[in-house]
Ligand binder design. Sequence first.
Ligand SMILES: [Zn+2]
Length: 80
Amino acid sequence: MSKAHHCRKCDADLMGRKAHKRRFALDISYKGMPPFKLEIEMPAIPCRSCGTNNAVNESNTEIIICGAIAKAFESLKSKL
Ligand SMILES: [Zn+2]
């Protein structure tokens, strides 16, 4: 399966680049809750011209993110 990947920022061709696990930090804020940082690890391809990390669009990415948020809430609850 060879799908063409392009950088989301500069549109450079990312073909032949290998995806690496990258750590993304998100700022989450929910109603009535203090904002907190969420760190997610997911595969991404670094662009060779601008250095932008391009997250690999996998079908299970959303599930991973949801699981990470659920985990973050769990650890937050235990602190309250
Ligand atoms: Zn780029």
